[in-house]
Structures are given as C-alpha cells and as structure tokens.
Design a protein around this ligand. Structure first.
Ligand code: UD1
Length: 417
C-alpha cells in the first residue's frame, strides 16, 4: 500500500498552475453523451475519479481517451444504458451519468451509490425530479431501473435543498427534453455554471446558471463542442492552506477570484496577505497564524464543505479558538481523530467542532478516510515537527493530481513510498 511521508517544517515557496476542477469535469464528461460526435475537453485533472469516468464512457460504447490534460470523447457509438456495480462502486459521483443516459436511451440501470465516506448520501432529490420529468423508476435490491415511456418532458422542479448532483442530473435530463424545465432553489456552484457553459456551446438553451432559478428550454439535438474546464477552487484552497501553515509565499496561476470569495477572507483573518490579479493569486503568510472566528459550511456562495477539513488543519496551528459548523454532510469530521493524533486540540459535538490552536503539531502515523480529510492530514503534516506517515492515499488520488509532486516543487519534503 502506497503512503505519503511528510517531513514537516519546510516553508513553501514558488509558483504553480492549479489543476482543472474534478467536480466540473465529471458532469461535463457525462454531458458528452448527449452530443453525439467528438467532444474535446481541456484542463481535465489526471486523477482516479476522471479515469473511472473514462471507463464508464468506454463501457457505454464511447471512444474516450486522455492525453495530457485533454480528453476526447466520441459518443457516436454509445450502445448501452447501464453502469455495472463495480464501476458504480469506484466512484459515487457516477450517479451524474443518470440524467444523460436516460436522455440518450430512454432508460437506465445502475446501482444505488449507497452510503459513502461522508455518511449517507441519498439520491431521493435526483429521483423525484426525474419522476416529474416522466421517468418511471424501480428501486430494488440496490439497483435503480429507469424507463421513459415516450420522451422526457420538461417540468417545474422545486428542490428542497440546492443539491449539486440533483441540479446537474436535472439539467442533463432537461436539455433534450420536450418543453421547458424550471429548477427552483438550484445549486449555484461554479461547476454547475461550467457544465451549462459546455452544454450551451453544444446548442442547449439554458438560462440562469449560477442563480437560484435555472430555466432550460429543451432542444431537438446537440452538437459536440470543445471546452476548457474551470480551475479547481478546492485544490486552490488546499494549496493556500499548505502555504499558510508553513509561513510560505506561494503564487497560484489560473485562479478565478470570485470562486474563492468565501475562502480568501479566512486566510486574511489568519494574518496572510492575499493578492489576486489577472488570474494569479499570491499568498504571503506570517510565521504564526491567528485563528479565524468561525467556519460554517453552506451551499455556494457560502463556505464550501469541501474546504472544511483543510481549514481545520490551519485552525489547529493558529493562535486562538475557531468554531466549525458542518451543515452539509453528516459525517464530515472523520479527519479529526487523526488531527488529534498529530497533537491538535479539537472537541466535537454533533455538527460543531471547536478547535483550540496549538503552537505545534508532531508527526505521527495517520490514515486518510476520505478525499478532503486526507488533504487535511497533508496540510497538518507539512506544519508538524518530525515525520508524518499518511496511509489511505488512494482517497487523495481521487481528487488531487500528484499532490506530492506539486508540493515538492514548492519546497516541501514529501514523498510517496
Ligand atoms: C457535490 C460534490 C462534493 C461536494 C458537495 C457539496 C461532486 C462530484 N461532488 O456532491 O464534492 O462536497 O456537492 O458541495 O460535484 N442530499 C439528499 N438527497 C439527494 C441529494 C443530496 O438528501 O438526493 C443531501 C446529501 O446527503 C448532502 C447534501 O444534500 O447532505 C448535499 O449533497 P449534494 O449537494 O447533492 O452533493 P453531491 O452532489 O453529492
């Protein structure tokens, strides 16, 4: 089993390009099914979740290949409408193929993604929206079988919660549906806007992406397009966290400032100087960070749940107390046990975690339990005195492209063994 070995205490310095956004590339890959022909996607991150999506596309009959950071998908020969259990198990987000498969073939069969590392992740909102669009759904023995009688039809859908995945599946199902779909309380994440930009290039008629109400006028057909995936705001946040705990000075290229509006103020509160100009972000960090008062995870444009864990590592070595409230997922504090092992002082009660910053963390053996929690252990390891050994790095590889290489290039002492 591969693991990461981190010798803490090296200041990070240097400049790098931020990888493309995983959460944007995944739904866009699903959307390529809707545009029969060859789509070209640039800035796709080379991570295991993207490889899993490519395997799904190939299973469905598409030609899909990745060269560097460009993926070419030719969906002309798509000839299946199911995803087998092993491919579903590889990546929970494979549920984002549901809307596209139903739209293309009038049916779909896939396995329930079930619980995951973040606690139960139901898909009731996805399914009830699809039912409103004319899909009959049978859920039995962990399998979801969907059928459309005639053609998907537009519908008015009010989401009780702005679920990212449900919003994406509805959009994917609606672009070729008969009539108009209106999604109220839609998720507003930048990755949704990116998906809509790709689909619009393909000929879809979508209005209001990035806003609470999205209106989609179904069209007859879509043509394939070339598209560049947006930079990953969570990877950017992780790298800022790495810089901050080492008193570093790092420049990130390819940043969209508005996507990290909820994150930058926390680093500023911690005493870092953050300058963003022309897509370049420079973060200069003090020797000792100050605590930021509170972090409440919220749907976009609020503070992203995906950045909660890495900010908790920052708070762990800051001067003072920080209160975290995790409002999106039930079990998103699994990193705390390992942070505590490194010497962090964190108390949890339900969705609230109180972090009393300590002067120093000390290296130990820890184990990543999920993607972003794993990243928080890397952040903590970089600041800790001594050696931190991180197991479970397959989780990290789902979302970070060669994180150890990126950080080594910035001067960190980190290696994969
Ligand atoms: C996406 C992101 C993930 C991020 C999350 C929240 C991708 C591939 N993943 O996940 O990185 O952490 O958004 O920003 O883009 N819920 C239901 N019923 C549903 C759907 C969701 O109850 O049908 C609940 C979930 O259990 C969770 C909350 O809604 O508590 C948010 O989920 P959602 O926004 O759907 O997240 P994902 O799309 O799974």
């Amino acid at each position: 089993m591969a693991k990461l070995i981190v010798e803490g205490g090296r200041k990070l310095k240097g400049e790098l390009d931020v990888q493309g956004a995983k959460n944007s590339a995944l739904p866009v890959l699903s959307a390529t099914l809707l545009c029969r022909g060859e789509s070209v996607l640039h800035s796709c991150p080379a991570i295991s979740d993207i490889n899993a999506s490519i395997r799904i596309l190939r299973y469905l009959g598409c030609n899909a290949s990745m060269k560097g950071h460009t993926i070419v998908v030719d969906s002309s020969n798509m000839n299946r409408s199911d995803i087998p259990e092993n491919l579903m198990a590889e990546m929970r987000s494979s549920i984002v193929f549901l809307g596209s498969i139903i739209s293309c073939t009038g049916q779909a069969k896939m396995y329930f993604p079930g619980g995951c590392e973040l606690g139960p992740r139901p898909i009731d909102l996805h399914l009830s929206a699809l039912r409103k669009m004319g899909v009959s759904i049978d859920e039995r023995y962990g399998c979801i079988s969907c059928k459309v009688k005639d053609k998907l039809k537009g519908a008015k859908i009010v989401l009780p919660f702005p679920s990212v995945g449900a919003t994406e599946n509805i959009i994917l199902a609606a672009v070729l549906a008969k009539g108009t779909t209106v999604i109220s309380n839609a998720a507003r994440e930048p990755e949704i806007t990116d998906l809509c930009e790709y689909l619009t290039k393909c000929g879809a008629e979508i209005y209001g992406a990035g806003e609470g109400t999205i209106i989609i006028y179904g069209v007859e057909s879509l043509k394939p397009a070339e598209h560049t995936i947006i930079p990953d705001r969570i990877v950017a946040s992780t790298l800022m966290a790495c810089a901050s705990v080492t008193g570093g000075d790092v420049t990130l290229n390819g940043i969209i400032g508005s996507h990290i509006d909820a994150i930058v103020p926390l680093f500023e509160e911690a005493g870092c100087v953050v300058k963003i100009k022309d897509g370049r972000l420079k973060i200069t960090c003090p020797e000792r960070l100050k605590a930021f008062k509170s972090v409440r995870t919220m749907p976009y444009p609020g503070f992203p749940t995906d950045a909660q864990a890495v900010m908790m590592s920052v708070a762990s070595v800051a001067m003072g107390t920080t209160v975290f409230v995790e409002n999106i997922f039930e079990s998103r504090y699994r990193h705390i046990e390992d942070l505590t092992r490194l010497g962090a002082n964190i108390k949890v009660a339900g969705k609230v975690a109180v972090v009393e910053g300590v002067r120093k963390l000390f290296g130990a053996k820890v184990s990543a339990k999920e993607l972003r929690g794993g990243a928080s252990l890397v952040v903590a390891g970089l600041s800790a005195e001594g050696t931190t050994e991180i197991e479970g790095i397959n989780f990290l590889e789902r979302g970070y492209e060669e994180l150890e290489v990126t950080l080594s290039n910035l001067g960190a002492d980190i290696r994969k063994v």
